[in-house]
Design a binder for this molecule. Structure first.
Ligand SMILES: C[S@@+](CC[C@H](N)C(=O)[O-])C[C@H]1O[C@@H](n2cnc3c(N)ncnc32)[C@H](O)[C@@H]1O
Length: 264
């Protein structure tokens, strides 16, 4: 099986095991944090939008809560049924079980979002091109990606581990997550007092999650077959090469990139 197909299969299994979007993980507060500093939830009111790689539908529900008029939600994995089940206003959503490069070229969307997805696609260029075609002129594409900068120590630890963990069956990976969970809580306590790596993310995002969602986030780092950590240059080049203009980047909590571009 190719890396791209294995990643989709991995996510299908992951979301069947962790299907809900409770608490801060599925909240409008977190959505504001993800959109900042480029957009606010109120910018999405009455807009036609799409999300590429919807997983369990947490971002779709955030878009609906922000007042989107219509959402096209793409999810190619077996999580499609979870997505369907979780959506709060199904009459305002079109769910498509397809990959991002097949996003219909309707040319009338105001915004397209892809949160935590492109870094799991070995060749994301066709997805960026499909987003370009689906937007109206003046429409905007916002993506969130894992960053290379700010993650040096983390990557030195996690990259060798992932060689093994991405191959583990669910029960073994879930057990490993349980072992890692408790030292991580201690690390967060230390972050309150010391300027440790990933402090911004730990205190502004991770600590606000429920214990179950914290475990999911650890699992999510170890499970997918393919994950790339982008430099700022690579992140902005992704959209610039896709013909987007006014491309801007933000180093979110010092560990990831939010990138936004406009279709001319
Ligand atoms: C980390 S999850 C993010 C889910 C959601 N955006 C969120 O933030 O909760 C990545 C999702 O992208 C999906 N995905 C993987 N490859 C894809 C592709 N080529 N096109 C669209 N989605 C893809 C996976 O199946 C998975 O559900």
């Amino acid at each position: 099986m190719k890396g791209k197909d294995r990643t989709i299969k991995d996510f299908g299994e992951q979301w069947l095991k962790y299907p809900d979007n409770e608490g801060y993980y599925g909240s409008l507060e977190l959505f504001s944090d993800i959109l900042s500093p480029f957009l606010e939830p109120k910018d999405i009111k009455d807009c036609r939008v799409a999300e590429i790689g919807s997983g369990t539908g947490r971002i779709v529900n955030m878009l609906l809560e922000a007042g989107a008029m219509h959402v096209v939600a793409l999810e190619p994995s077996d999580a499609f049924e979870v997505l369907h089940r979780n959506i709060k206003q199904p009459e305002e959503v079109t769910c498509l079980k397809i990959t991002g490069d097949k996003l219909p070229a309707q040319g009338d969307l105001d915004y397209i979002f892809s949160i935590g997805v492109l870094h799991h696609i070995p060749d994301p260029k066709p997805v960026v091109e499909a987003a370009f075609r689906a937007l109206r002129p003046g429409g905007r594409f916002l993506v969130w990606l894992y960053g290379k900068e700010g993650n040096g120590l983390y990557l030195a630890l996690i990259s060798p581990m992932r060689i093994l963990t991405k191959r583990l069956p669910h029960f073994m990976l879930a057990f490993l997550v349980e072992i890692m969970y408790w030292p991580l809580l201690l690390y967060i306590k230390c972050c309150h007092r010391l300027p440790l790596p990933l402090r911004g993310y730990m205190l502004s995002v991770f600590e606000k999650m429920s214990p179950e969602k914290r475990r999911l986030i650890i699992y999510d780092q170890l499970n997918p077959a393919y994950a790339k950590y982008y430099t700022r240059r690579e992140a902005e080049t992704l959209l610039i090469d896709g013909k987007f203009e006014n491309v801007r980047t933000h180093h979110r909590h010092g560990y990831s990139w939010t990138v936004i571009g406009t279709k001319p």
